[in-house]
Write a protein that binds this ligand. Sequence first.
Ligand code: NAP
Ligand code: G4F
Length: 320
Amino acid sequence: MATRALITGITGQDGSYLAEYLLNQGYEVFGMVRRSSSENFGRITQIQDQVTFIQADLLDQASLVQAMRESRPDEIYNLAAQSFVPTSWRQPVLTGEFTALGVTRMLDAMRQVAPEARFYQASSSEMFGKVREVPQNELTPFHPRSPYAVAKTYGHHLTVNYRESYGLFAVSGILFNHESPRRGHEFVTRKITDGVARIKLGMAKELRLGNIDSQRDWGYAGDYVRAMHLMLQQDEPDDFVVATGRTHSVRDFLEIAFGRVGLKFEDYVAQDPRFMRPAEVDQLIGDSTKAKTKLGWQPTVDFEQLVVMMVDHDMALLGS
Ligand code: NAP
Ligand code: G4F
């Protein structure tokens, strides 16, 4: 019988790649979706017919319990969250409800309905925030710098706590930034590649950004969902950092992205205070030695390939 996976956040960037990956591995995939007045399946149209969708919401405990009863999952991937850092200052309470308490609701539903299942929590390098050491690994102390990061830190600790309290197979993947042509347009990488394509194609004249000196350890989402799956195939539950081990500034990203279409970013990029944050995370760089050693995981796409992949995608999308 096929292994059954329940994915929350299946309509998001990671959910779409993970669902594709698991279907290719022969899984039966159940996708949790929240009701909306218009369907939001843009990233998963290609696999829509192969997934069983279950309506539920991270805010509604009864719906989560019912989703687990209906899917009877062997593996649960909790990817749903309010995932955009700036929104977390505008909607800190809602971010806490989704991104922090949502984890409690999921874990408690699992404890009641599917205690034998394996649970993956989407933790984040944002938890390191004002970093205490460079590079960051599984033992680096957290110093979250936004309501989003605080909420993720709660979810992380709760996952460890449910593992220790109830013996659940619950793990937390501390993933550094990962991007793709399916990235939401509000995140800086996609905002840039979309902006580059618009400028090159004569649809825009400038690109307004916030702090272009911050540095991130950027990888490819398609690589990172493999690590999520590997974490649930281990003999013992454990937490892992997933990162490329290299860091680049937003400025580096701009140089390659504009360079790809023969332009100089300095001629088009303007700084706009609206996109500056009340507290910034200046630099992130991950040490994924443990994931490489224990999971046998390796990234396959480097920074330059990632930028080029995203620019080429947006040029083709907007140019067609
Ligand atoms: P994303 O594209 O923003 O997707 C978020 C998903 O969560 C969407 O499917 C969204 O559904 C769903 N969702 C939000 N609120 C919900 C609710 N109340 N009930 C049910 N579903 C809800 O995020 P992503 O980039 O794929 O990231 C996946 C997860 O990894 C997130 O938890 C994120 O915080 C975490 N993470 C991401 C990165 C990264 O670099 N991408 C790094 C570390 C951790 P709708 O389509 O209905 O909005
Ligand atoms: O692309 P970003 O919005 O991603 P951020 O804040 O690093 O968060 C992402 O990665 C986390 C993992 O570390 C995830 F947990 C989280 O869910 C999300 O996926 O911003 C990256 C950097 C920041 O330093 C920001 O200040 O880009 C800088 N930036 C400069 N101008 C901008 C802009 N970011 C955005 N979104 N928009 C700008 O105009």
